[in-house]
Design a protein around this ligand. Structure first.
Ligand code: TXA
Ligand code: MG
Length: 324
């Protein structure tokens, strides 16, 4: 059972819980979101734990005001016009990640783009109160429909989260529209709360639909994840010219031979490992190693998503479209 507090008296307690790295389910105008401080990797790792997502999909960074969005992402002129017109509201923009962005790499799943939106209402006030962006996927466990009432969220996730902010049924009732501007042309990645017709009428130009239907599957992004170095999984020894991505107390042979070494979690903590995963792979890749040898990571809990991501880094491939 999660504690359910009415929105009008929730700000202080919810902001304090988020600042402490806890998860809070919050109402947005679209659906309830399972929110965490987007600058805190371990807090973001808790989202994947609670949702039971078998993989790390990139999450939306929610902001309360435009200057915060500009610290997170780089706006082209068209995206800026869209944000000025439709924000706050159910439109998410996928943009290049800004240099020095405060958003943790686990939010973007290590991509060089980031999804940003400014929600309306209590969510916006909460972000203002916290003073940090919030990462928030829809508040449902993996494979279930998005929660649009506090009761639905409680029934699905209540056992796994501490706090739910209740503002009744969400007014829009389906997720935000996701749009990405490519070479000056707007491309729809997911239909949602703002219609394509509204966007076309405002811009005075057609919106392209991402080939086929619906969402840009995370797997379609998998080539972006691939490091320059080869990745060798479940390594028991380090070979010449390899960097080492360790996990737990290192037992791998020849560790001293490694060109560079980073440990996902010396204590063997999967939440810490999830928080370190993308930044460590990127850092080792910058060392110019021939290959990255990865020590075995257990497959339970968050280990499933960690191993999924490592497998993609080792052998990039495209997934069939899916959503969650
Ligand atoms: O209305 C909404 O958008 C709700 C509320 C809580 O804000 N959130 C939501 O989040 O629907 P989620 O995680 O269920 O869906 C976000 C989608 C994911 O399918 C993800 O693949 C996509 O956004 N996404 C996030 N970052 C992306 C990126 N850099 N490039 C492409 N797609 C991205
Ligand atoms: Mg969802």
């Amino acid at each position: 059972m999660a504690k359910i507090i009415p929105a009008h008296s929730a700000l202080e307690e919810a902001a304090a819980a988020l600042a402490a790295g806890q998860l809070v389910a919050i109402p947005t105008e679209t659906v309830y979101g399972l929110a965490a401080d987007a600058t805190n990797g371990e807090a973001v790792a808790r989202i994947f734990e609670a949702k039971g997502r078998p993989r790390f999909n990139p999450l939306i960074a929610h902001v309360d005001r435009f200057p915060l969005a500009e610290r997170i992402a780089i706006f082209d002129p068209l995206s800026r016009r869209l944000a000025e017109h439709f924000w706050p509201g159910p439109l998410t923009l996928v943009l290049p990640l800004a240099e020095g962005s405060p958003v943790h790499p686990l939010v973007t799943a290590g991509l060089d783009t980031v999804a940003v939106r400014m929600p309306r209402g209590i969510a916006q006030s909460l972000i203002a109160r916290l003073g940090r962006p919030l990462a928030a996927p829809s508040a449902n466990s993996s494979g279930k429909v998005s929660g649009t009432t506090a009761q639905a969220v409680e029934a699905d996730l209540g056992a796994r989260i501490g706090l739910i902010v209740d503002a009744g049924r969400t007014p829009v009732g389906l997720e935000s529209t996701i749009l990405k501007v490519e070479d000056g042309r707007p491309v729809l990645l997911r239909p949602g709360g703002v219609t394509v017709e509204e966007i076309e009428a405002f811009l005075g130009m057609p919106v392209e639909r991402f080939s086929g239907t619906g969402i840009q599957a995370p797997g379609m992004l998998s080539s972006h994840y691939a490091p320059a170095a080869a990745v060798r999984l479940d390594a028991r020894e380090v070979r010449e010219g390899e960097a080492l991505l360790a996990f737990g107390p290192t037992r791998v042979a020849g560790a001293a031979r490694a060109v560079a070494m980073l440990n996902l979690s010396e204590a063997g903590d999967l939440r810490e490992a999830a928080a370190n995963l993308f930044s460590h792979i990127q850092a080792l890749d910058r060392e110019g190693a021939r290959a990255i040898a990865v020590e075995p990571v257990p497959r339970h809990g968050l280990g499933e998503a960690i191993n999924d991501r490592l497998a993609r880094a080792a052998a990039p491939r495209n997934d069939p479209p899916g959503s969650d």
